[in-house]
Design a binder for this molecule. Structure first.
Ligand SMILES: Nc1c(NC[C@H](O)[C@H](O)[C@H](O)CO)[nH]c(=O)[nH]c1=O
Ligand SMILES: CC(=O)[C@@H](O)COP(=O)(O)O
Length: 165
């Protein structure tokens, strides 16, 4: 039986341009997500000159900012960072739900990895736990996913007509 072909991304394809788009709301938490993402990219060899950071007011505005960045910058990947923390009204559901749905749609529409580092949590404590304390750093995780997806996309590149073997 032929071995099943397996393809996965690595962390050595680091010559691409990365755009980090940040929802500033709850910035004390989000700042730690940004720090984790930038640290992860640079420690894996991404040149700081190839990292752009774009700030939007909040998670609701992330999709539009990302769409514009995808068109204008044409990065290898986008890393979306933010912190949506449940309050006392249904607003959380709309902000979190619409943001996540749009990130997924943009990823597919532009065929560009949009790593999701947008916290959607029930409390400030949960947010702090996921921004570099006991539950890790979602910014770091999103950057790692972005680098791996950049590598995987390159390995899955649809061969152009001249490349067919
Ligand atoms: N409550 C949170 C928000 N709310 C603000 C919205 O994102 C948006 O900026 C506003 O509705 C104006 O359009 N944003 C977050 O990122 N996190 C929250 O917890
Ligand atoms: C995610 C939100 O919009 C939320 O933090 C706002 O809080 P509230 O629902 O109490 O207005």
């Amino acid at each position: 039986m032929q071995p099943i072909s397996q393809v996965e991304g690595s962390f050595v394809d680091v010559d691409g341009r990365y755009v980090i788009v940040v929802g500033r709301f709850n910035h004390h938490v989000v700042d730690s997500l940004v720090e984790g993402a930038v640290d992860s990219l640079t420690r894996h060899g991404v040149d700081e000159a190839n990292i752009d950071i774009i700030h939007a007011p909040g998670a609701w505005e992330l999709p539009l900012a990302i769409q514009r960045a995808l068109r204008a910058v044409q990065p290898e990947a986008v890393i979306a960072l933010g912190a949506v923390i449940r309050g006392g009204t249904p607003h959380f559901e709309h902000v979190a739900g619409e943001c996540n749905s749009a990130l997924s749609r943009l990823q597919l529409e532009f065929e560009t990895p949009v790593a999701n580092g947008v916290l959607t949590v029930n409390s400030i404590e949960q947010a702090i736990e996921r921004a570099g304390t006991k539950a890790g750093n979602k910014g770091t995780e999103a950057a790692m996913a972005a680098m791996e997806m950049v590598s995987l996309m390159r390995r899955l590149e649809a061969p152009s007509s001249g490349d067919e073997q």
